[in-house]
Design a protein around this ligand. Structure first.
Ligand code: BGC
Length: 646
């Protein structure tokens, strides 16, 4: 055998190589996944500095402000104060409602006003597209991050980011306050479901994947948006504060996320926007890694947390913002304060609060209503020399870098929304990916006597519990409204009940009961329990995560009729399920699946075998919380990483 190969073989080999190369390349684009390392934001420094040199102090300060659309009495304030950004926060709806048209019109209105300023610098429009473009009716709503953490599938999370960006761009919106890369150490916290995991590695990998998906290969891609890793740092590591009955900590008239739930025993637990108390080593090991991962993935912006670390507000800490994040981690984008967070640094003296935060390294202030006051105070602070001009220039350079990277200064591009994208908003193709995410996120906790998967030709299936037939409850908070909202008219989607009806054989009878009555004669019962109303932020802080007595009773009574019971938990966190553990033959954690309820049915009926693994520890009792993998006395009901299959 010679080393020489025939020309025929050579041509065939060459063709195969070319085919593989083409296939690989198109695979990447088909999935729309990012391939290359992100371009450094420093690439845009020269252009940013050129623009900066032409700006007045007023114009610079304006770039550092974000107002809220509904908080502006007069929309011409965008022009008057040269605002760098506008947001539509949780629950702030356009006057014409939450339709695709209304949101798009608002964007175009705001951008058109911004373009009338002397320098015509476009605004970045910020929204909380935290599980899809979740404020807009008809958007594809993906499972919340806690569910995505259980998929532990970075490619899928990247695709979700990509689709979210496309649906955002369909409304013009170009900046999302996501991903939330909190590492949640206490599931009594009302924002638990916004986090991927209690453990930094999953939060890091998925946070970076989400950033890549949202921002694309290049921020200037018209289908990409700027991402914002939040809430820096240790928002999920705060110490619980308990108080008795109503009242709780007084927070004034600002957005602190509502009042915590009073638990059945009358004890109120507050974790949201609290104080995290541990040493720097713990901060670096547990809470810093996801930010490093996002910075490495090129995240354009980061939101400092309302919370404090050892008594100092994160939004006021020069060490955290400047030394650690911008210095050590090399973050070159800009920092956006949380909603009214600067005000909270000193509730009596706004001007002093501004000085502290800007000097600590905050670059843009989210001031929904006090933007004019902020403008005046910051200008005075610069003129008095309390805030150095170099700090202002640094902040504005950072903001401009991001805007240039986003292609906002590209004159060949229209500054108005590309309304052709409306055609793919909430499309079947997008919903298919959401359904896949639901399938992959379900965690099978128990399956006695192989009650799951349920046969599609079972004669009579009993479905019970409000969460089985409620789009609002299956989506959770941050859906159309800030706090979310129960009900099937909230947005377009498929309830889990409908998903079940669609998957079973044509001669199978599916009977639904909200309260669990009328199960007699059924062959199997699928009972939906969990958290019965959506919530967001502080109003979800809860010291009692046990199932309600009514839910326990529902399962008991169905089981007492000799019917096998599959319990499906719809919730934003692990719950205390000791009361149903013996009665339910199978238990599935389905988290907040979003609008594509069929994904739950796909798993229950065996079209997709469960693959989800717990990204959170599942405790036995409230007394065990906080409980996290690695604790010395770790003895949970289901361990971190647990998940059965068929
Ligand atoms: C939340 C942020 C959110 C912001 C804007 C705040 O209350 O803490 O997560 O991005 O509001 O809606």
């Amino acid at each position: 055998m010679t080393k020489q190969i025939s020309s025929h073989t050579r041509i065939t080999t060459l063709l195969i190589v070319i085919c593989i190369a083409v296939m690989l390349a198109s695979c990447g684009t088909m999935a729309g996944l990012s391939q290359s390392k992100p371009k450094s934001l420093l690439t845009y420094d020269e252009q940013a500095k050129e623009i900066l040199a032409t700006m007045t102090l007023d114009e610079k300060i304006g770039q550092m402000i974000q107002s809220e659309y509904v908080g502006m009495q007069d929309k011409n304030d965008i022009q008057k104060y040269f605002l760098g950004s506008v947001l539509m926060g949780g629950g702030s709806d356009p006057a014409a409602g939450n339709s695709l048209e209304a949101w798009t019109d608002v964007y175009d209105e705001v951008q058109s006003i911004a373009m009338k300023t002397r320098l015509g610098i476009p605004v970045m429009y910020g929204v909380d597209a935290v599980h899809g473009h979740s404020n807009v009716i008809g958007a594809t709503i993906f499972p919340h991050n806690i569910a995505l953490g259980c998929t532990n599938n970075p490619e899928l999370i990247e695709k979700i980011g990509k689709i979210t960006a496309i649906e955002m761009q369909a409304t013009g919106m170009n900046w999302t306050f996501a991903p939330c890369v909190t590492v949640v150490r206490d599931e009594r916290w009302g924002r638990t479901y916004e986090g991927f995991s209690e453990e930094p590695e999953i939060a890091s990998i998925l946070g970076a994947a989400s950033t890549r998906g949202l921002q694309g290969n290049d921020l200037s891609d018209p289908l990409a948006v700027a991402a914002c890793a939040k809430h820096y740092i240790a928002d999920g590591g705060t110490s619980a504060v308990t108080s008795q009955g109503r009242g709780g900590p007084a927070f004034g008239g600002f957005n602190f996320g509502g009042a915590a739930m009073t638990t059945r025993g009358g004890t109120r637990v507050t974790l949201n926007a609290g104080n995290s108390e541990f040493d720097e080593d713990t901060l670096r090991k547990i809470h810093l890694p996801p930010y490093k991962a996002c910075v490495d993935a090129g995240v354009a912006t980061i939101m400092p947390s309302y919370s404090s670390w050892n008594g100092t507000k994160c939004s006021a800490s020069k060490f955290l913002l400047t030394d650690l994040l911008k210095g050590e981690l090399g973050f070159k984008g800009f920092l956006i304060s949380d909603y009214n967070a600067i005000d909270q640094i000193n509730m009596r003296n706004f001007k002093e609060a501004i000085a502290i935060s800007i000097n600590a390294g905050m670059d843009m202030a989210m001031e929904p209503t006090r933007y004019a006051e902020f403008f005046t105070f910051l200008k005075e602070l610069v003129e008095e020399g309390t805030v150095p001009m170099s700090r202002i220039d640094d902040a504005v350079t950072r903001i401009l870098r991001v805007k240039i990277a986003m292609g906002l200064f590209d004159d060949s591009r229209s500054h108005l929304t590309d309304r052709k994208l409306h055609e793919i908003f909430g499309s079947k193709e997008h919903r298919k990916v959401a359904r896949q995410a639901v399938r992959e996120s379900l965690v099978l906790l128990k399956n006695n006597n192989e009650v799951l998967p349920v046969a599609k030709n079972t004669k009579k299936i009993f479905v019970a519990g409000i969460n089985g037939n409620d789009i609002g409850n299956q989506c959770g908070g941050w859906t159309i409204q800030w706090q979310g909202q129960s009900g099937n008219d909230l947005t377009e989607g498929t309830t889990i009940l409908q998903g079940i009806k669609d998957i079973v054989s044509s001669d199978t009878e599916v009977v639904y009961s909200r309260d669990g009555s009328g199960a007699a004669g059924s062959d199997v019962a699928i009972v939906f329990v969990g958290e019965e109303r959506p919530y967001a932020e502080g109003s979800g802080d809860n010291g009692d995560l046990s199932l309600s007595a009514q839910q326990v009773e529902m399962i008991n009574s169905i089981k007492s009729e000799g019917i096998p019971v599959v319990a499906v938990i719809i919730s934003g966190r692990p719950m205390i399920i000791g009361d149903i553990l013996d009665k339910a033959d199978a238990i599935v954690a389905a988290w907040y699946p979003g609008t594509e309820g069929q994904g739950v049915a796909d798993v229950l009926f065996g079209d997709y075998k469960p693959t989800g693994k717990l990204s959170f520890t599942w405790p036995k009792s409230m007394d065990q919380i906080p409980i996290n993998v690695g604790d010395s006395d770790y003895d949970p009901l289901y361990e971190f990483g647990f998940g059965l299959s068929y």
